[in-house]
Write a protein that binds this ligand. Structure first.
Ligand SMILES: CC(C)(COP(=O)(O)OP(=O)(O)OC[C@H]1O[C@@H](n2cnc3c(N)ncnc32)[C@H](O)[C@@H]1OP(=O)(O)O)[C@@H](O)C(=O)NCCC(=O)NCCS
Length: 182
């Protein structure tokens, strides 16, 4: 399957909403129970882009949307601003073909270029596919939070994985540069 990765636009939101809907209803990556509708997903995308975080999609050669990924704040208090959390969601038929890895690789590059210093994956339900895609790009396990959620009739653990971006914590960040100006 050939595909390309590009910036997400508002025109992608119907497909993005459908992809996320499937994951909310059938998976444990998201701890939401009721899938958000198109206006809500539109508002969430706008909020991410307004803050300067990358939001990208993978598009098949026939124009169909295979998946999307974005970075966002892990927590909003200012000293956290060099740390981003990644999110990746693929349509079920697009999984296991390298699309998730390609999206995450692009997200890593963009976040490093923007000046972020660490990325964390907060892996709901300790999904083996999600752990594998992060491990394949160099993320390390940093911990497991146990019994963090209850969904589909069972308790879920959350696995945390992390990777340094650029100089990581080896040097001080440039306080005058984005994302330091947020
Ligand atoms: C998790 C997800 C993003 C992974 O993307 P993907 O396109 O299916 O994964 P890829 O095909 O790019 O595989 C990347 C690596 O993970 C491995 N992998 C993929 N699925 C796997 C699985 N179910 N079990 C074990 N390893 C798996 C691949 O073998 C590959 O390893 P390699 O690079 O060493 O060869 C995707 O399956 C998905 O959208 N799942 C539902 C939502 C979700 O869990 N999102 C993550 C939120 S943190």
């Amino acid at each position: 399957m050939t595909f390309s990765i590009r910036d997400a636009t508002t025109a992608d939101l119907a497909a993005i909403t459908e992809i996320y809907r499937d994951s909310v209803l059938n998976g444990t990556a998201s701890y939401e129970i009721a899938p958000p509708d198109l206006p809500e997903m539109t508002s969430r995308q706008a909020g991410i882009l307004e803050k300067g975080y990358p939001y990208i999609v993978a598009e098949a050669d026939d124009g169909s949307l295979l998946g999307y990924a974005y970075a966002s704040a892990f927590r909003t208090r200012p000293a956290y601003r060099w740390l981003v959390e990644d999110s990746i969601y693929l349509a079920p038929e697009a999984r296991g073909r390298g699309v998730g890895k390609a999206l995450l690789k692009e997200l890593l590059t963009r976040c490093e270029t923007l000046g972020f210093r660490q990325m964390v994956a907060v892996i709901g339900g300790a999904s083996p596919a999600s752990i594998a895609v992060h491990k394949s790009l160099g993320f390390e396990m940093t911990g497991t939070l146990k019994g963090t959620g209850f969904k589909h009739g069972k308790w879920l653990d959350t696995v945390l994985m992390q990777i340094a971006l650029g100089e990581g914590k080896e040097t001080d960040p440039d306080l005058s540069a984005y994302p330091g100006t947020l």
